[in-house]
Design a protein. Sequence first.
Length: 190
Amino acid sequence: MTTAEKPQIHAIHHPAIKCYDAEETRSFYENVLELPMNAAVAINDDGLGGDFYFMHVFFRMGDGDFLAFFDKDTEIKPDLFKSFEVDDFRLTLRIESDEHLQRLEGRIQAAGIPYTGPVETALGKSLFLQDPNYLNIELNLPRVDEESALADAKRNARAVLAAWTEKTAAQKEGLDEIRAANAAPPPPPA
């Protein structure tokens, strides 16, 4: 693919994230973050040959994509994401206006949810919090000049990545062996 060609993967349809209580998750995403629940589907076939039952809830985002969670009644792990630091893993949701970010901050405060921010980052203004599943969430209002900043970063992307790879090579020695030792077997054919 040339750099002028548009990728054929258009968007993220939905990340499917495990939750331990679908109703509590629904309440947070609808009542605090104002994302409407678009569907709740009870599924007993994962499509990969697994035989288990789970609830799949979908929340519609402003661009039409979904944020989805699944609640497996046999795997209740309320602390699944608790060990992740905000710089290890987080879900960043784009906010369209400063007014909306302020309104969400008010809803977060009213719900008594701990948060950090607003924080000015290299990519804009953000609030950081956790959902009921301890999933790290960043609500990000992009910089006004986001497109030009990203265009500048794109011009140097390969050189910047090559320098990073060289800088961190010593720390990553042996990584292939670790990955091979921890590799999961492929799923069975359908």
